[in-house]
Design a protein around this ligand. Structure first.
Ligand SMILES: NC(=O)c1ccc[n+]([C@@H]2O[C@H](COP(=O)([O-])OP(=O)(O)OC[C@H]3O[C@@H](n4cnc5c(N)ncnc54)[C@H](OP(=O)(O)O)[C@@H]3O)[C@@H](O)[C@H]2O)c1
Length: 244
């Protein structure tokens, strides 16, 4: 489904980002993978064995200048960019009374500013190509809020505003911009939850299970592919049907 396309995926070393990278590689995309740690280089080596071109880049996506440098490097290396998946994210959960300025700034920089940084790094190339699909990882808590996650839900709500604005700004250039809002997905980000909290949470999910990273990757594949060519400015929930 992605034959001949070049995709950039941030936060690709683990969890949802890695599942998206695997899914895109299975569908014959060439990949530029980004994460904060050197782990991404191992993931790139692993996926290259699937017969596609994969290059790993160690980068802190909250650093504007480095994002522009790496974006330029990727365009030189691959010649084009068809898909950008802004997936890297962190949590620094706490009730607002106890939340520090650092907790707020870290989450907004890594989750929200990174989306601006990476989009700025590739949008001129997409405009030149007159095509592109930008996929931003929001969250159901960006739509519904969550106690203890004021910073995180603000960052994820910000991503939705950004995604919708971009769809309006770039639609005439055939560049699409959509967001995915996952619910509770089984990754390192959620594994620290106590068992009783987890059990109670599952009872609120109509499909009665937590999601797998692949459930999100399937939607990313759809949004990256030409099957979604008339879809832009949308937020697609991948949450087992919970009420937001
Ligand atoms: N899991 C869920 O239930 C859930 C629900 C809704 C939304 N989401 C969103 O989905 C996305 C992926 O979540 P996940 O659960 O897969 O998280 P995860 O397992 O914790 O993985 C996060 C990824 O982001 C990378 N990353 C973090 N900070 C970075 C930075 N400053 N620069 C570059 N890369 C950075 C990490 O890199 P390293 O591996 O190098 O550290 C890692 O590859 C996030 O945006 C998250 O908010 C997750």
């Amino acid at each position: 489904m992605l034959e001949g396309k070049v995709a950039i995926i941030t936060g690709a070393a683990r969890g949802i980002g890695k599942a998206i990278a695997q899914k895109f590689a299975q569908n014959h995309a060439n990949l530029a993978l980004i994460s904060r740690s050197a782990r991404v280089l191992e993931v790139a080596d692993e996926l290259q064995k699937m017969g596609v071109k994969v290059v790993g880049y160690q980068l802190d996506v909250s650093d504007f200048d480095r994002c522009q440098q790496i974006g330029k490097q990727i365009i030189e290396e691959f010649g084009r960019v068809d898909v950008l998946v802004n997936n890297a994210g962190i949590t620094r959960d706490n009730l607002l009374l106890r939340m520090t300025e650092q907790d707020w700034d870290d989450v907004i920089r890594v989750n929200l500013k990174s989306v601006f940084n990476m989009t700025k790094a590739v949008m001129s190339q997409m405009i030149r190509q007159r095509s592109g699909s930008i996929i931003n990882m929001s969250s159901v808590v960006g739509r519904g809020g969550n106690a203890g996650q004021a910073n995180y839900s603000a960052s994820k709500a910000g991503i939705i505003g950004f995604t919708k604005s971009l769809a309006k700004e770039l639609g005439a250039r055939n560049i699409r911009s959509n967001a995915i809002a996952p619910g509770f997905i089984e990754t390192d980000m959620t594994k620290s939850l106590p068992e009783d909290v987890r059990k109670n949470w599952i009872q609120t999910i109509p499909l009665r299970r937590v999601g797998a990273p692949e459930d999100v990757a399937n939607v990313a594949l759809f949004l990256a592919s030409d099957l979604s060519s008339y879809i832009t400015g949308q937020v697609i929930n991948v949450c087992g049907g919970i009420d937001i």
